[in-house]
Write a protein that binds this ligand. Structure first.
Ligand SMILES: [Zn+2]
Length: 239
């Protein structure tokens, strides 16, 4: 079951049989996550109708206006722009012939993404525990949210529609979108339903979409019931 985007991002830290696993350790894994979550952006050739495509998350896609690319604007961090621009300019134009990720991810992008993931996860955990998050985590979300200036442009043909533009790289734009949606989540009504899964060894968070929901997944519910059953029968054996 899909959680809100920031929680899906936080849940890239998960556990298998109680052992923590990190699903965001390589640039390829980040590219894959961004692709699976519809955050690869829209290139100059994709035309109007941004954000209205089938399966697109509302407001989550952005077209990069490469004609106005300015390395001085929206740079996520020193040193990252140059390498990503170089990599972009050396990439072949048009659709990739293979099933390579549709987004270029640098090592610095991965660092930023992990920073954001850990901050969102820490804030989600604090919210679930009913305590205030740390300033450092709030600052990280804010820094990444404001790192990518975006604007909408009005078009009147073939019908009135808006396109979203940015000077930043697709990854910077995507991370800024996640940060922005995290701000919306943590300040919206869903905050009250944010939970840390109490499943044995589980480290995931979820937004409770029904009052009866206790677990991140049916699997966690089954494991918890099995553990309770085991504990009960063990206690009986020791009577
Ligand atoms: Zn769980």
């Amino acid at each position: 079951m899909a959680e809100p985007l920031p929680i899906e991002f936080a849940n890239t830290l998960f556990a298998v049989r109680g052992r923590p696993q990190d699903g965001l350790t390589t640039t390829a894994e980040l590219a894959d996550w961004l692709t699976r979550n519809g955050l690869t952006g829209v290139g100059p050739g994709h035309g109007p109708g941004v954000g209205a495509g089938a399966g697109a998350r509302p407001g989550s896609r952005a077209s990069t206006s490469t004609s106005t690319d300015d390395p001085a604007i929206g740079a996520p961090a020193i040193g990252s722009r140059r390498s990503s621009l170089e990599r972009r300019s050396s990439a072949p134009e048009g659709e990739p012939a293979t099933d390579e990720p549709a987004i270029e991810v640098t090592a610095n992008d991965l660092l930023r993404a992990r920073e954001l993931r850990d901050a969102v996860r820490a804030i989600a955990h604090a919210v679930a525990q009913g305590v205030d998050p740390l300033h450092v985590d709030v600052n990280t979300v804010n820094t990444i949210a404001r790192s990518t200036p975006r604007w909408r442009e009005l078009h009147w043909s073939p019908q009135p529609h808006a396109t979203v533009h940015t000077d930043a790289t697709p990854v910077a734009t995507a991370l800024s979108t996640v940060a922005d949606e995290a701000i919306a989540l943590f300040t919206g009504a869903a905050r009250d339903d944010l939970r840390a899964c109490p499943g044995p060894g589980c480290v995931l968070h979820f937004v409770r979409d029904s009052p009866r929901r206790e677990w991140c997944s049916p699997g966690c519910g089954n494991r918890a019931r099995a553990a309770r059953h085991y504990a009960r029968s063990r206690d009986r054996d020791h009577l």
